[in-house]
Ligand binder design. Structure first.
Ligand code: FAD
Length: 391
């Protein structure tokens, strides 16, 4: 193994910290540069994730940080029609991201990683054999590989995001073991609003939109009868899909900076977390054998896991973005006719589009599409289904 192979990670969020932990575990010298003075702060994430994915990322069981578990997701229409779907194996949880990021940072440090808080990475220069990094405080560092994990700020598709607004609030009259999702263009055109109970009394409430975010949030508060909110935060939610490539010379993108989120919800813990594991393993292999291709070991492996699901999610997003409230309402009414308001089909939280397409089947999907949108959407769905069967 080459003893001078070291890695610098720009960004101490979940993706960067997971890389740091994995690289330190593999005995590679690694330093994380985090611009804020405290890991995990400010916390902008809702923290909803499946237990299965946490186990895969090596994060479960965990000492602390799981706040609530959910067996169901309840969708609310503009007129408050409701449809409930069951999660496969009742294994969806909500995390306190502040706690999780700090647990990860502690693990990484214990394994030998260095974490420099208050260190904003400002400039990277890849000179072919190493990368020079300059921080805001004019510290200069050099590494064999740089992991770009600065989150949404370095995501290149500047049209591929919504602005998310979220806060904590007391709630009443909502089931505490359900995630509540509100589909309503008045609140969140092209996206949705959410109420995620973290216990019987407190929830994370939020929505995403491309404009008038404060006004829409106030409207949402009215709808769910929530007066006072705490910790209001506005941050981008990435939905534009992954970048075509995750590697530029010696710079390796992971997490939100690579667009590794679900285009339906913007959830990035699982997709970005898997990227961190793959990228770290690829770097370790590269440190031992310079002929190893990071592209093969990281990028290609990530795409072979998620490409198909991401495609369905993007298709679903582009259909949903066009829907007006009347069509959303119709979707609820027709779904209730075909099934009932309690759908006992088990949906896989991580691969929800493949799971839904498989569960609902062509006949149901097409008849629903014709009833809601007419023939044009029927043709789009037919093409989608034909592609699904071919792959
Ligand atoms: C409102 C909201 C709700 C969400 N809810 C969910 C959810 O329920 N489930 C889910 O799976 N995902 C959710 N996500 C997405 C999830 O938060 C992200 O996908 C995930 O945090 C990405 O991790 P990351 O490490 O790539 O980026 P981040 O978590 O954004 O971390 C990037 C880090 O880089 C640091 N940084 C930035 N610039 C610099 C710099 N120049 N130098 C040094 N450090 C820098 C930042 O301070 C930050 O700590 C949500 C996102 C939002 C906005």
């Amino acid at each position: 193994m080459s003893s001078d192979f070291n890695v610098i990670i720009a960004g101490g969020g979940l993706a960067g910290l997971l890389c740091a932990k994995e690289l330190a575990k593999k005995n590679l010298p690694v330093e994380v540069l985090e611009e804020h003075n405290e890991i995990g702060h400010p916390n902008k994430c809702s923290g909803v994730v499946s237990l299965r994915s946490l186990k895969e990322l090596g994060l479960f069981p965990m000492k602390r940080g799981v706040q609530n578990r959910f067996s169901k997701i309840m969708f609310h229409s503009p007129n408050d029609n409701k449809i409930t779907l069951k999660f496969k194996s009742t294994n969806v949880v909500v995390l306190n991201r502040y706690e999780i990021d700090n647990l990860l940072a502690d693990d990484a440090t214990r394994l030998g990683a260095k974490i420099a808080v208050g260190s904003k990475a400002e400039e990277f220069t890849d000179n072919g054999s190493s990368v020079k990094v300059r921080t805001k405080t004019n510290r200069t560092l050099s590494c064999k590989s740089l992991i770009e994990a600065r989150g949404a700020i370095s995501y290149k598709n500047k049209k591929g995001f919504y602005n998310g607004i979220q806060s904590h609030a007391s709630y009443k009259d909502f089931e505490a073991d359900h995630i509540h999702v509100f589909l309503d263009r008045r609140l969140a055109p092209g996206f949705f609003a959410w109420l995620i109970p973290i216990d019987e009394y407190t929830a994370r409430i939020g929505l995403a939109s491309r404009g008038q975010i404060i006004e829409r949030f106030k409207l949402f508060q009215k709808r769910i009868d929530v007066k006072d909110v705490l910790d209001l935060n506005i941050s981008p939610i990435i939905v534009g899909g992954p970048a075509d490539h995750f590697i530029e010379g010696r710079i390796i993108y992971v997490g939100d900076s690579a667009g590794q989120t679900k285009p339906t919800t913007g959830g990035g813990i699982y997709f970005g977390g898997v990227a961190s594991l793959l990228a770290s393993a690829a770097l370790k292999a590269k440190s031992e054998d310079p002929n190893i291709s990071i592209e093969d070991e990281y990028e290609k492996k990530w795409f072979s896991r998620f490409k198909r699901e991401v495609k369905y999610m993007k298709d679903a997003r582009s259909c949903y973005e066009k829907m007006i409230n009347k069509e959303i309402e119709k979707l609820f009414i027709i779904t209730k006719d075909v099934y009932s308001s309690q759908i006992d089909l088990e949906v896989d939280y991580d691969f929800h589009m493949s799971s839904l397409v498989r569960i609902l089947g062509l006949k149901t999907l097409l008849s629903m599409a014709v009833a809601i949108f007419g023939k044009s959407m029927r043709d789009s769905l037919h093409n989608l289904w034909t592609r699904f069967l071919k792959e």
